[in-house]
Design a protein around this ligand. Structure first.
Ligand SMILES: Nc1ncnc2c1ncn2[C@@H]1O[C@H](COP(=O)(O)OP(=O)(O)OP(=O)(O)O)[C@@H](O)[C@H]1O
Ligand SMILES: [Mg+2]
Length: 229
């Protein structure tokens, strides 16, 4: 880690199991402030479950051991209320499937506006202006008319981009993305990764306030014993 960088996230010996199936064994890595970390590994090596474990979004059948320190606090043992505050304000997650984050009965404007009102205190004209900025950053065309659209009225790629805009709306300290651009065509993938996320990764755990494009690292998960190296 470069000198002077603080460590918002420190994963220590995290083991995740589903019954006898060890999804990960003793995974450890750190993410410093301003840094992007890509978790790479073949299918089934435990990338998604590791990403989900940070916000304790694993199903109840999962056993989770180790430490997940966020700004020094262990999220594994944190009380539910504190975990909820971290989820809403400090860490955002982008999933591969946009409908897991979008509400089908609300317009795009309503959904992004709600995040901006709750987390940034923006309402009315200020919220609309910021919503347009966010949609522009993730390359949604014909912005004004898209504001009143419902998720089902958008293409799959547009839904994915709206979800990314929503995750960026609360300006999280840490953005976790699990294959955020798989549903997009390659040109748009490149735009999104350059403009809104970070260059060049499929599964990525990312710090969005990075001004320093040099701070990119990768950590590889091995499939055989699901350890990192
Ligand atoms: N809800 C679940 N119940 C039982 N086992 C699960 C569950 N979710 C994940 N697993 C298991 O955890 C292991 C790791 O899965 P994970 O989804 O993290 O892989 P991955 O590295 O993200 O793969 P891919 O690249 O295909 O997305 C797999 O053996 C999988 O079967
Ligand atoms: Mg996965």
């Amino acid at each position: 880690m470069a000198p002077g960088l603080t460590t918002p996230l420190s994963i220590r010996d995290v083991t995740i199991a589903f019954g006898a199936n060890m999804a990960t064994r003793s995974i450890s890595f750190d993410i410093a402030s301003g840094e992007t970390l890509a978790l790479v590994g073949e299918s089934d090596s435990g990338k998604s479950v590791t990403a989900l474990s940070v916000l304790k979004l694993l199903p109840p059948t999962a056993r989770l051991a180790g430490q997940i320190l966020f700004k020094g606090q262990d999220l594994i043992t944190a009380p539910t209320a504190e975990l909820r505050a971290v989820r809403g304000n400090d860490i955002s997650m982008i999933f591969q499937e946009p409908m897991s984050s979008l509400n089908p009965v609300h317009t795009i404007k309503h959904q992004i506006g709600e995040v901006l009102a709750i987390h940034r205190g923006l309402r009315a004209a200020a919220a609309r202006a910021r919503t347009l900025e966010l949609l522009d950053a993730v390359c949604i065309p014909d912005l004004a008319s898209r504001l009143t659209a419902y998720p089902h009225q958008l293409s799959g790629g547009q839904r994915q981009r709206v979800m990314i805009a929503m995750a960026l709306a609360n300006e999280p300290d840490l953005l976790i993305a699990d294959e955020p651009t798989t549903a997009l065509d390659v040109t748009v993938q490149a735009q999104i990764l350059t403009l809104a996320i970070a260059p060049g990764h499929g599964d990525a755990v990312h710090h969005p306030r990075s001004g320093n494009r040099q701070n990119h690292r990768r950590s590889r998960l091995r499939h055989d014993r699901r350890r990192n190296r």
